[in-house]
Design a protein around this ligand. Sequence first.
Ligand SMILES: C[S@@+](CC[C@H](N)C(=O)[O-])C[C@H]1O[C@@H](n2cnc3c(N)ncnc32)[C@H](O)[C@@H]1O
Length: 174
Amino acid sequence: MHPDRLRWNARYETTPPDFVPHPFAAEALRAGIPDGRVLEFACGRSGTALAFAEAGRDVVAVDVSDLALGQLAEEASRRGLRVECVLADAHAYQPEGEFALVMAIRFWDPDVYATACQAVASGGLVQWEALADPGGGRWRVRPGELSARLPEGFLVLSEQTASDASRLTARRVR
Ligand SMILES: C[S@@+](CC[C@H](N)C(=O)[O-])C[C@H]1O[C@@H](n2cnc3c(N)ncnc32)[C@H](O)[C@@H]1O
């Protein structure tokens, strides 16, 4: 079994989900996104994925934890929503087609970030939140790293760097 699955299943087994949407959902809806699907990497039990499904979007939610995805799918079904839950290692997952919005919350991997940016349709958004550390590291971004790693053709709409986390919203303009 994937080591990340073991680690995260152990956490999800013992903590109840709250399904609270991240502020990214409201920010994206305020900023505007084109028609199209939403993709969330490392979604966990994502209230944000549910919020986009509630807003009428087709949502693809990817995570390595079958337990988290099971809980998310169950909540989606309880609300009469559909979220496509994909059990995959984010490093291996290759998005099919383009998405109006690609996001991840509290997850960091530079290669996955690059894949995510590539999957954003013209006019669409990438939204990313990662734990931060001035020295960077395997799981953390350095201040300003999210915008520095954007490929050409993205315009930063907002970037916040606190001592513990960095958060970015950027639009693909070409
Ligand atoms: C800090 S949690 C964040 C979960 C969710 N985004 C949130 O904000 O509540 C990190 C998530 O990344 C997932 N994860 C860890 N390694 C992963 C991998 N290699 N591929 C896909 N998901 C992974 C975990 O299962 C977990 O759901």
